[in-house]
Design a protein around this ligand. Sequence first.
Ligand code: F6P
Length: 381
Amino acid sequence: MLKKVAILANGGDVSGFNAVIRAIIKTAENNGVECYGYIDGYRGLLKNNYVRLSTVASATASGILPKGGSIIGSSTNANVFNYKIEKEDGTVEYQDLSDVCVQNVKEAGFDCIFTLGGDGTQKSARDFSLKGINVIGVPKTIDNDVACTDITFGYNTAVSVAANALDRLHSTGETHHRIMVLEVMGRYAGWIALESAIAGGADVALIPEIPYDINRAVEKINGRRSRGKEFSIVVVAEGAIEKGGSLTIAGTRNNGEGVDNTKLGGVGVKVAKQLEELTGLESRCTVLGYMQRGGTPTAFDRVLSTKYGAKAMELALEGKFNVLTVIKNGRLDYVPLEDVVGNNKKIGAVSGNTKESNIRKVSMDDDLVKTARHIGICLGD
Ligand code: F6P
């Protein structure tokens, strides 16, 4: 009998976190299960910091469906299996503190932990399941790069924000006869860039999966000019790479293994400069950044998050643990966490990413790629 469960939100925030949390709590309440939330993701699990969550009037989780962020916080770069400890003498050491977490869960009496996060979060969840903790993962990230699911919550909102930005760049670009470059997030996958390029009517989309030749983009822009279009719109994924080149990096951090220590950024400015030099047209770069993660979720993300949260709780009630809720061919489903993050299933792990990551990248036969090509969006190849 399921009595007490806890939710943990981990990794970079997305719009939709609270909608998942709400759906888990509501489904739990409807089945007589008590819900708790760890504060700041795996850090809260380590510090045994959790709160009671309830949706009854004026309670902790009431009215949160449209709210951005996470009411229980989230932590980035916290790998409790290799936790960074800064000592008083200034030295740094890494310790496996996962057994402290296991003890905390046991003492609290939680029958299941819901892990809302991306590939790194689900990898730790899988590792906790191997230590006897019941976990159920929910795939979160604006990057849409979690293996085994068609879509993660937060992604649709990020795409909508980017498409909206492209609409705005169109009018200013057209007025001043400029090339407007928009750098979007996505880490090592081009989902946000590609889908927003289609939604926002871009002329060029450069994604990590297709190393770009800048001359192809120049040809596209010059072709438009010859037809009287003096402006062009270019979307660049932060992980885009020039043919024969490498990632453009804004910085690195030292949080140990199992987390992504590479901070991407800067490729948009680089592309804008290249295009200005090669076309003679004035170019400007806008970096969309954290706008893609903050604020209220789209209706699509509210519904997706609610489906995921309710399904996660349904699985817990059925005793189906150590799985990830997914959307497969448009249907709500679940898969073993082992399939998502297991070391035997490396799906496009790339340098700069976590060592054992299984991220889902854009495949060349994806409908988005085909659609982009059909309507003449230049993909840099
Ligand atoms: O994974 C989500 C994401 O927003 C990426 O798109 C981006 O590269 C990264 O996180 C930024 O991380 P941080 O919050 O550490 O700056």
